[in-house]
Design a protein around this ligand. Structure first.
Ligand code: DLL
Length: 434
């Protein structure tokens, strides 16, 4: 089944996409050069003028923007429109420093809504659906983005926001929600809670649109089985508008990037060199239709691979892999690179729920990696000797995946605090105590 919200755009030829990108990039570079002194200065430092940029092929000449630039320029330094033309701000959670604030004109919001509508339609959504949005509303982009997409499509939208699991389930049952939008970790928690309450037969969900944090294929299957739905991935970041920068289609081999609005590149995170399609590196976005907050060559820190092979769904827009990690999420433990996703894969392969927390500490100048893992209720009733055997099995499996010793502690079901938004998976005490 081919589901498109805007077929003429989503299945456009590569030549057409390039033509759009060439023209829109040139326009955006002029817009930014004229209206954002911060960016003009960066271009001057690199000796580039807007006239040097004639097409997408010249993109490499432009300087990168990083999260540090956004923090330096906080709050208005990268704004490209007069404030009177802006109607909205959204912001990141700011857990690792100054907040990043993004601005939108009404036109920017309209295009963002379209991107999110494409994602909902690709997940099988129509105007007959009841779209249950329990991403957070407010400064976080998740709630407003999917809400806007659902409105644009004409579906009935339940603006639930996050939290109050009992009420979420009650509405889901009473109103017959068919599409669930939230973080994958909250979807897993909702699934558990629905089963516990014996309400699995009373929900009508058919699909879920889950993103905003890393999740593995194993976690996808777990949620799909528990809720009896098909689970779709959606990607985005506040700086580049929010959810809907890329989304999965029914083929589910990567997420289509909305290339009429964003140009994607993959670079070597160390050297900044542009890498060919198919190679793994840091994803960089240039927004080419934004009015208020266009970012050029913005380094996402997400490590991904781009794929331009034709997709059976008929969409022609390039696909990005799930982020394989973040260049800043990667833990270096005893000199070894550890991605939380590797730990999650081991756990889910061995039949554990995706409720875990990774704690890294340093004692006597030696790094220590500990993983606390929740048992299922069945495992919890096992004899103590069996629990020790299970811990040992996980230690061995982690050792073969990561190459280092990981201390594993199996803990009681529900003892790790659940998050209603993005899950808190990593506690790196080395950062806290220096
Ligand atoms: O998380 C926007 C969003 C909301 C996306 C709802 C999808 C659904 P930020 O809070 O700015 O924005 O965080 C952006 O989250 O750079 C990735 O590292 C991570 N991320 C987002 N989507 C995914 C995903 C929103 N599908 C950062 N898989 C990004 C893995 C994701 N990581």
């Amino acid at each position: 089944m081919k589901n498109y919200f805007q077929p003429e755009i989503e299945t456009a030829s590569h030549e057409q996409i390039k033509a759009w990108q060439d023209e829109r990039l040139v326009k955006t570079v002029h817009h930014v050069y004229q209206n954002v002194p911060y960016y003009r200065h960066l271009m001057e430092q690199k000796g580039v003028t807007p006239e040097d940029i004639r097409s997408r092929d010249d993109l490499y000449k432009l300087p990168f923007l990083t999260k540090d630039d956004l923090r330096d320029a906080y709050p208005y330094g990268l704004l490209a429109e007069p404030l009177s033309n802006c109607v909205r701000i959204q912001s990141t959670s700011g857990t690792t420093g100054r907040r990043v604030v993004a601005f939108y004109t009404q036109h920017d919001i309209d295009l963002w809504d379209e991107c999110c509508a494409r994602a909902i339609v690709a997940a099988g959504g129509t105007r007959d659906d009841v779209v249950h949005v329990c991403y957070g509303y407010g400064l976080f982009t998740g709630g407003p983005g999917l809400n806007g997409g659902s409105h644009k499509l004409g579906s009935l939208t339940l603006p639930m926001s996050s939290g109050n699991t009992d009420r979420q389930i009650q509405f889901m049952v009473d109103l017959g929600s068919t599409i669930l939008c939230c973080t994958p970790s909250y979807a897993a928690y909702l699934a558990e809670s629905i089963i516990e309450r014996g309400l699995r037969d009373q929900i009508k969900l058919k699909a879920g649109i889950f993103g905003a944090e890393a999740w593995s294929e194993e976690m996808r299957h777990d949620i799909e089985n528990k809720l009896g739905i098909k689970a779709y991935d959606i990607y985005g970041l506040t700086e580049i508008s929010g959810p809907g920068v890329a989304f999965e289609c029914s083929d589910q081999h990567g997420m289509h990037i909305n290339e009429d609005h964003f140009i994607a590149e993959i670079i070597d995170p160390k050297t900044g060199e542009v890498l060919p399609d198919g190679e793994k590196g840091e994803l960089v976005f240039t927004s080419i239709t934004k009015e208020a907050f266009p970012l050029i060559r913005y380094r996402t820190r997400d490590i991904c691979v781009l794929n331009r092979e034709p997709c059976p769904c008929g969409r022609t827009h390039v696909r990005m892999s799930k982020p394989l990690g973040r260049s800043d999420d990667m833990l270096i433990v005893k000199g070894v690179n550890v991605f939380p996703s590797q730990i999650e894969t081991v756990l889910l392969n061995k039949g554990y729920p995706a409720n875990y927390q990774i704690v890294v500490s340093r004692e006597n100048n030696t790094d220590k990696l500990e993983v606390m893992v929740e048992m299922t209720p069945e495992m919890f009733s096992d004899a103590l000797s069996q629990v020790s055997a299970r811990e040992k099995e996980l230690v061995d499996a982690m050792k073969s995946m990561l190459g280092i010793y990981v201390q594993v502690r199996l803990v009681a079901p529900k003892s790790i605090t659940r998050s209603e938004g993005k899950a808190v998976r990593i506690i790196d005490k080395r950062k806290i105590y220096g």
